[in-house]
Design a protein around this ligand. Structure first.
Ligand SMILES: Nc1ncnc2c1ncn2[C@@H]1O[C@H](COP(=O)(O)OP(=O)(O)OP(=O)(O)O)[C@@H](O)[C@H]1O
Length: 244
């Protein structure tokens, strides 16, 4: 009896310490210049969650993402992300915030004038890495995670869109971020390749990384159900998926 109670106590405590808020928004409104795009957003994301942002084009998914990686200022409401306060964030903090967040874009954004490996070296050097062996090991590790270990010496134009997106995901993993923000990562890809990219992201999520993904691909949502926030008419609300 006593040991059972003790187990319950320990269990509840371990659940408490395990849950960790990665992102918190309170009464947030999002602006592009002086135009109100979204209002009254309240959101908490815990470590390990996979969260979708869905909504029509122009509904504000990219705008909120930009606020989250400090490309747009937080003008109204309170926000914290990976231990940074978006209200008090200074310009000099932004590179450090971005090391804790891996960002994946729809258009991959690889540098076209250098190999896959050199694309990754570029990011490592820009974020303070110097030891060539450590850099090589890290590059091998992240490329393996996305199934691209044999492509390091290829140029971006020599690989497919889906492969370029895998490399972009590898690049986002370089500094072991706490959160991955993926803005329409499958927007330029055919349905089968989109599924392959989703499998990569799901595997990374299963290994403990928190992921927020903006998409308007409802087929992906149905195939990989997860917590979903819908953006519509300037508001954000959670949608509950029902199995048919
Ligand atoms: N730089 C900008 N200056 C002013 N308004 C902008 C700017 N960028 C976007 N907007 C406006 O903000 C609104 C939201 O755009 P946003 O790109 O966030 O939508 P989205 O849901 O990400 O769309 P998409 O799926 O097409 O990327 C749109 O009305 C858009 O015209």
């Amino acid at each position: 009896m006593f040991s059972g109670e003790m187990f319950l106590f320990l269990h509840i405590n371990s659940i408490r310490t395990m849950s960790q808020t990665i992102l918190s928004l309170k009464n947030v409104s999002i602006y592009q210049e002086n135009n109100l795009i979204l209002s009254d957003i309240n959101l908490e994301v815990q470590k390990g969650e996979f969260l979708y942002f869905i909504g029509k084009t122009g509904s504000g998914k990219s705008s909120i993402m930009k606020v989250l990686y400090a490309d747009l200022p937080l003008k109204e409401g309170e926000g914290t992300i990976v231990d940074y306060n978006l209200n008090t964030l200074k310009e000099k903090d932004i590179p450090y915030l971005r090391r804790k967040i891996g960002i994946v874009f729809q258009d991959f954004k690889l540098l076209s004038d250098r190999s896959i490996k050199d694309n990754l070296i570029f990011v490592l050097k820009a974020t303070g890495w110097v030891d060539p062996i450590e850099m090589d090991n890290k590059i091998q590790e992240v490329l393996e995670k996305v199934g691209m270990a044999n492509f390091a010496h290829k140029m971006p134009h020599q690989i497919s869109g889906g492969e370029q997106q895998r490399v972009a995901i590898a690049r986002a993993l370089l500094n072991d971020p706490e959160l991955i923000l993926a803005d329409e990562p499958s927007g330029n890809l055919d349905p089968q390749t989109s599924i392959e990219i989703m499998e990569v992201l799901k595997k990374i999520n299963a290994n403990g990384k928190t992921i927020i993904m903006a998409t308007h691909d409802y087929a992906l949502l149905l195939k990989y159900p997860s917590k979903t926030l819908k953006f519509e008419d300037g508001k954000v609300f959670e949608v509950v998926q029902k199995s048919v």
